[in-house]
Write a protein that binds this ligand. Structure first.
Ligand code: DAH
Length: 362
């Protein structure tokens, strides 16, 4: 049996082959069936490949025509194959667009942005004001020794002045049966710590948390912030204290603020004062334009914002500074109280109440 006979018997005519191939191609709907089709017709031993191969064994006169015809079919099938491939891909894409559809007209989910706690904000604002006046910002321990919280601040054991600070003592007893550790009741102990660790000049601001054994109400919390200030050098006078705090008040409460000092007692300063600013709500009048009494300053026209004074010579001597040579001023304030005044917040318990509706407003 010759090769040509073989083809004629085993294979359909060119036209039939082409029609069959195209029909089968049309029926392919997956990548796998498409690949099967390609192997079946165009692969190494595919039907068309066999036809092409057999051309060589035809009589010379037939070869040319048969070869041309077979090549034509080959080109056609190859192109049809690519077209079908594209078609399937396109179909799949439209399918995806339907099933994975994103409605771009839907409103987006808002990204909620966190922010600093109002206490942190006001602490930073106050620290920034002093930092730009040349003060260094420092922090200290919240669990403190009696020695720093009281003794080095001229508040000896059993002195009645201790009653000014309701203290949370730590359950640790020393050899003499005393409890020398506590949660600091103010940031003033850092005055002694700073001076002990360096020589003058000193110019520091100490923000930090303080604790008191306190029944809480609208103006008292057992946990709160304080900001301490201390400046010590040769020749520091009350005028420096006044100028510094005046500038601070104007930066935080407005350029037109006035300040007032009155005598007050704190064991670690002499003289000691409390500082007030004129009320920004009623402009120091005590009454609003409509004649009603001002609630912020309780009709006094003044708002107390901090304690201050000239560092007591005993405090200077206690840390090894020569009180004949050096003088200094100190001050301490409650930033929550300042925030309450500034933003008209009437209950200090809101600061630690964790009510997101309150916190969101700042
Ligand atoms: N530590 C004081 C308190 O907790 C506040 C204070 C008053 C700090 C006068 C000072 C100062 O540095 O000079 O009440």
């Amino acid at each position: 049996m010759s090769a040509s006979e073989d083809i004629q018997i085993a294979s359909p005519s060119h036209d039939e082959l082409q029609a069959l191939a195209l029909a089968e191609l049309e029926a392919c709907s997956t990548d796998e069936s498409l690949e099967q089709w390609r192997i079946g017709y165009l692969g190494r031993s595919g039907k068309l490949t066999q036809v092409l191969r057999s051309v060589g064994s035809l009589p010379v006169e037939e070869r040319k025509a048969a070869g041309a015809a077979a090549n034509q079919i080959k080109t056609l099938l190859e192109r049809s194959f690519e077209d079908r491939q594209e078609e399937l891909l396109a179909q799949r894409r439209t399918g995806l667009a339907e099933t994975e559809r994103i409605d771009v007209t839907l409103p987006g989910r808002p990204v909620s942005v966190g922010r600093f706690h109002p206490s942190t904000q006001i602490v930073r604002e106050i620290c920034d004001a002093f930092a730009s006046m040349g003060f260094q910002i420092l922090e200290g321990p919240e669990v403190e020794w009696d020695r720093y919280n009281f003794e080095l601040l001229n508040i000896p054991q059993d002195h009645p002045a201790r009653d000014m600070w309701d203290t949370l003592w730590i359950d640790h007893v020393d050899d003499e049966g005393r409890r020398p550790m506590l949660l600091r009741t103010h940031t003033s102990p850092m005055q002694a710590r700073v001076m002990e660790s360096q020589e003058p000049p000193v110019r520091v601001i100490v923000p930090g948390k303080c604790y008191r054994y306190e029944a809480t109400d609208a103006t008292h919390e057992s946990q709160f912030y304080q900001i301490e200030g201390l400046a010590v050098d040769e020749g520091i006078t009350f005028a420096h204290l006044k100028g510094t705090l005046y500038e601070f008040a104007r930066r935080i409460f407005g350029q037109e603020r006035r300040i007032r000092f009155r005598c007050d007692y704190f064991p670690f300063v002499e003289p000691g004062v409390d500082m007030s600013i004129d009320c920004f709500n009623c402009q120091g009048d005590g009454h609003l334009k409509d004649g009603s009494g001002c609630r912020i300053c309780k009709e006094t026209g003044w708002i107390e914002i901090m304690g201050a004074g000239m560092v007591h010579p005993k405090v200077l001597a206690g840390v090894g500074y020569d009180p004949e040579k050096y003088t200094g001023f100190a001050f301490g304030m409650g930033p929550e109280r300042i925030a309450m005044l500034k933003y008209g917040i009437d209950d200090i318990r809101l600061f630690y109440g964790n009510d997101i509706r309150f916190l969101r407003q700042f």
